[in-house]
Write a protein of this length. Structure first.
Length: 262
């Protein structure tokens, strides 16, 4: 994980170059990973999909590398509470990750926009995590443009989950191990993923078809997580007006100042 503001800005630059989404420093998501019923666990690991699981929470960068992974949350914990039980959440809340200070998106804007993670409705909208507009929006509206761009950039984490499961097949089916052992197995595959993504064999490990991409103006979906990895449930979110205004400001910028074909 980056340790300085400059390193975080490099991560943000990659997101903007690849997906034309400013101030994004990572894509965050979580998955329930099915495991064997733990010994003497009761319903602690029994999730809303009616199976026993541990939760893999991950942040990935624009190059499809894991920046952070937290594994082992009990599947029976409410999905809204999974993130709050992680060290990453505490460090974001305490502002101890050296994420850059808010800055204007461009000249001559005055509004200072935070650097943030891209999250879906499973994550609260905060100063460090931005989620899409709720509801349905007509084609061409600033909300629709924002949501489409947000989705494309955020889906990198879905790609990574899909790659992890398809390359390391133990992640593609229920892991018949106790949670602590399953956690070790999953973390090992994550380390191997990052190693292979940064090695000379990266193009063999991840073929071009693995990734989301735009071909002749059409969005083509890459690899996705298997059905054995269930997503987190959405949580209700009451967002302060200042954050709503920041999202609206970004939406205006994406609609009117961005050259990408919407």
């Amino acid at each position: 994980m980056p340790s300085t503001a400059e390193e975080w800005k490099e991560k943000s630059k990659k997101f903007e170059q690849r997906w034309n989404f400013p101030h994004a420093i990572g894509s965050i998501d979580g998955k329930h990973v099915q495991v064997e019923k733990p010994s003497n666990s009761g319903s602690e690991y029994y999730n809303y999909q009616h199976y026993f699981s541990i939760v893999l929470l991950a942040v990935v960068d624009a190059d499809y590398n894991f920046l952070h992974a937290d594994i082992g949350g009990k599947g029976g914990i409410s999905d809204g509470g999974v993130f709050k039980n992680t060290r990453l959440y505490q460090r974001l809340e305490n502002n101890s990750l050296n994420v850059p200070e808010p800055e204007p998106l461009r000249v001559p804007y005055a509004m200072r926009v935070p650097y943030f993670l891209l999250g879906d409705k499973a994550f609260a909208f905060t100063r460090y995590c931005i989620r899409p507009f709720g509801g349905m929006h007509a084609e061409g509206t600033i909300e629709r443009v924002f949501n489409k761009r947000h989705s494309r950039a955020r889906m990198i984490v879905e790609n990574v989950f899909g790659i992890l499961a398809n390359r390391f097949r133990i992640n593609k089916s229920p892991i018949l191990l106790e949670p602590e052992d399953a956690k070790t197995v999953i973390m090992t595959t994550i380390y191997l993923h990052n190693f292979l993504r940064q090695s000379a064999s990266r193009n063999t490990y991840t073929r071009p078809s693995s990734f989301d991409r735009v071909v002749n103006g059409r969005f083509v979906e890459g690899e996705r997580a298997p059905a054995t990895m269930s997503g987190l449930q959405g949580i209700p979110c009451r967002t302060p007006n200042d954050l709503l205004n920041i999202r609206l400001h970004i939406a205006h910028d994406l609609k009117y100042n961005n050259q990408l074909n919407h």
